[in-house]
Design a protein around this ligand. Structure first.
Ligand code: FAD
Length: 391
């Protein structure tokens, strides 16, 4: 194999993996990073614990409006098994929680340090504080000619780590087709004031309803805050919600606040409690099932004297709907990833641009993001590996 000169723009997880793969194929690799160090975002992932993959891996955990089979192709080449083998070779001990895989030390610094050691072993040249302002089809970067250029410049989230959307601009300037970016994996802002629910944590199933149709559901811990709904189940719906709001659809989230039973089971339980304890009120019955703040919120508009009360209560607990506010489309400050980006149809299977084959693209700058649980770092690593697999 010829030793080629490869430039990687961006020193995040995808750029690091692209560099490691290209260098282990024998090429001379330089990473250009515009902050003062590589891997800054990696350090803040998983609350500093770095949930880097998940035992339940597959393309069904990913979102893209332009996928044509590319996501599954990438995961097939470098997926869960290959990732675990890779880190095992670097000596990383791991642990598992609810399917998510973390470093045994519970600190993302461990992962970054091992990756840095590997980059050093492979003699990857790292140039920090270098902002790349232009992509050239013939492969020139920073005044040097390269045989291949890998753009791994990320999206728009966590700007303090260097991801300022400049990668998307570089592609747009070349005339590439882009999906306008939107925030994803963020809380769902709703039109109703939920201040009274601040501090509540409960199990829930959330369903996203766009123009009256069920789009997707997610189960997990719900954490309401004054402006909306947070928690992993809310995060998982947020990208699709932002996209639908931007498309001017009517977007609602339906919350099942007691997913332990179906509607009938819930109604039957309330009725049987009423029959067994004729003297007690509905608030006392719900006390054994729901958080107190939630009970007040639910009961507030209901009238216990009505014949329809059990049905109304079941609706209020298991089909409670909130309208999503349009604040969701513009606020990246609480988002973990960026939806949208480069249309996947612009790429060959090896992640080179169809029109400019010297340039490859990987990571969050592509129109792909995953659910919470390690899927985004897995995408960064998988796509980085494929982009770096230059022969
Ligand atoms: C708070 C938070 C927690 C998260 N937790 C998890 C988690 O636990 N598990 C998970 O799977 N995912 C998590 N994610 C998402 C995950 O971190 C990202 O999807 C992933 O790191 C993206 O990697 P990337 O290499 O594509 O982009 P980035 O990490 O954004 O890297 C891009 C790099 O390119 C550099 N750059 C950009 N433009 C230029 C330019 N013009 N010239 C030179 N350099 C440039 C940037 O400075 C940056 O270093 C989290 C994200 C956030 C914000």
């Amino acid at each position: 194999m010829d030793r080629k000169k490869v430039a990687v723009i961006g020193g995040g997880a995808s750029g690091i993996f692209a560099a490691i793969k290209a260098a282990s194929n024998g090429h001379a690799v330089t990473i250009y990073e515009h902050t003062d160090s590589i891997g800054k975002k990696l350090l803040v992932t998983g609350n500093g614990k770095c949930n880097f993959t998940n035992l339940n891996m597959g393309e069904e955990y990913y979102h893209s409006s332009t996928d044509n089979g590319l996501i599954s192709g990438v995961l097939l080449r470098f997926g869960l098994k290959e990732t675990l083998d890779f880190f095992d070779k670097l000596g990383l001990y791991t642990k598992e929680k609810n399917g998510g895989i973390y470093p045994y030390t519970d600190t993302s610094r461990t992962v970054l340090n091992l990756l840095k050691t590997e980059l050093k072993r492979l003699k990857v040249n790292i140039v920090c504080m270098k902002d790349i302002k232009e992509l050239m089809p013939e492969g020139m970067v920073n005044g040097d000619d390269y045989d291949a250029v890998i753009l791994a410049a990320g999206g728009l989230t966590a700007k303090n780590t260097g991801s300022d959307g400049s990668g998307m601009k570089l592609l747009k300037d070349m005339g590439c087709r882009m999906i306008k970016p939107y925030p994803a994996l963020c809380p769902l802002p709703v039109k109703e004031d939920l201040s009274a629910l601040k501090g509540v944590r409960c199990r829930a199933v959330l369903s996203l309803i766009t123009d009256g149709r069920l789009k997707m559901s997610s189960r997990g811990e719900l954490q309401p805050y004054e402006g909306g709904l947070s928690g992993i189940c809310a995060f998982d719906l947020s990208g699709e919600a932002a996209l639908a709001v931007r498309e001017k659809k009517q977007v609602k989230v339906e919350c099942d606040l007691f997913p332990e039973t179906d509607d009938e089971g819930f109604g039957t339980h309330i009725l049987s409690m009423k029959n067994r304890h004729p003297g007690i009120g509905i608030k006392d019955i719900l006390t054994g099932m729901l958080n107190e703040k939630l009970i007040n919120h639910i009961l507030h508009p209901l009238d216990e004297r009505k014949d329809s009360f059990i049905n109304d209560l079941t609706g209020a607990v298991k089909h409670r709907t909130y309208e999503i506010s349009d604040k969701i489309t513009g606020d990246y400050s609480k988002a973990q990833v960026t939806g949208g980006g480069l249309c996947l149809s612009e790429l060959n299977d090896d992640l080179s641009l169809k029109r400019f084959p010297k340039i490859r693209v990987c990571g969050e700058v592509l129109d792909v993001y995953g659910n919470c649980g390690g899927y985004n770092l897995q995408w960064a690593m998988s796509s980085g590996y494929v982009a770096g697999d230059i022969l």
